[in-house]
Design a protein around this ligand. Structure first.
Ligand code: SAH
Ligand code: DHB
Ligand code: MG
Length: 225
């Protein structure tokens, strides 16, 4: 083991693993380049995490996916590529500038007809999806404004098929999850999510700590029974 493995090592390991097992093709590379050029924050999932999302969707045989938080479409491309012919992915993004970048990158990736990108705060879009009878979903990826994760989870739980999966990103935040003095304003919502999961008989859930090029964080994996 390397002495004092820390953020630099996490990033180097991500580069190694990503290079071999989650290499970027032109469309993924172009999506990141377009995000960078447009000044979007580089907060997309890491390449190994993108590959994990793809693999989870494949394992589920997912045909319908819902994503909260599109950013530049990087995770959306990984998820969209896991879908079979006729599969559909709805992705929700509040920032029109982010959505514009994502739309171009999704088109470049050949996913324009697979991905339904809705612009607006997710909590305002959900009633529209309800009215359209969207879902049930096989997989939901919650990765938008972190304070709303519990609300997104509640909504999604009612619209995820039995055996489906809900994944929530950024639930640990450098361990702030268990720091009673944390100033991170998103942490109360992550603790509430965990309390909801503990009390919810309709799910089996766990949370996995992750280190990556993005630092120390974690994801909740929520299986709908
Ligand atoms: N899933 C992306 C990263 C998303 S970053 C990836 O891994 O590639 C979080 C995104 O959520 C940002 O683009 C932000 O604009 C968006 N967002 C913030 N608040 C939102 C809201 N209320 N509704 C929908 N999207 C929101
Ligand atoms: C950050 C990371 C994320 O994965 C995300 O979805 C939003 C923000 C961050 O590191 O700030
Ligand atoms: Mg995230």
């Amino acid at each position: 083991m390397r002495a004092m493995a820390g953020p630099e090592t996490w990033a180097a390991v991500d580069a190694y693993v990503g290079g071999l097992l989650a290499p970027h093709d032109e469309a993924l590379e172009a999506a990141l380049a377009a995000s960078g050029e447009a000044g979007l924050p580089a907060i997309q999932v890491s390449p190994p995490q993108g590959k994990l999302l793809y693999m989870l969707a494949r394992l589920l045989g997912a045909r319908t996916i819902l994503e909260f938080g599109t950013l530049g479409g990087y995770s959306t491309i990984w998820l969209g590529r896991a879908l079979p012919d006729g599969g559909r992915l709805i992705t929700l993004e509040s920032d029109p500038a982010h959505a514009e970048v994502a739309r171009a990158s999704l088109k470049r990736a050949g996913l324009a007809d697979v991905v339904d990108l809705r612009v607006g705060p997710a909590l305002e879009t959900l009633p529209t999806l309800e009215a359209e009878n969207a879902g049930p979903f096989d997989l939901v990826f919650i990765d938008a404004d972190k304070a709303s994760t519990p609300e997104y989870f509640s909504w999604s739980l009612d619209r995820t098929r039995p055996g489906g999966l809900i994944v929530a990103d950024n639930v640990i935040r450098d361990g702030a999850l268990v720091d009673p003095e944390t100033k991170d304003p998103t942490i109360p919502a992550q603790r509430r999510l965990h309390e909801m999961l503990a009390a919810e008989p309709r799910v089996d859930a766990t949370t996995i700590q992750t280190v990556s090029v993005k630092g120390y964080d974690g994801i909740s994996l929520i299986l709908v029974k």
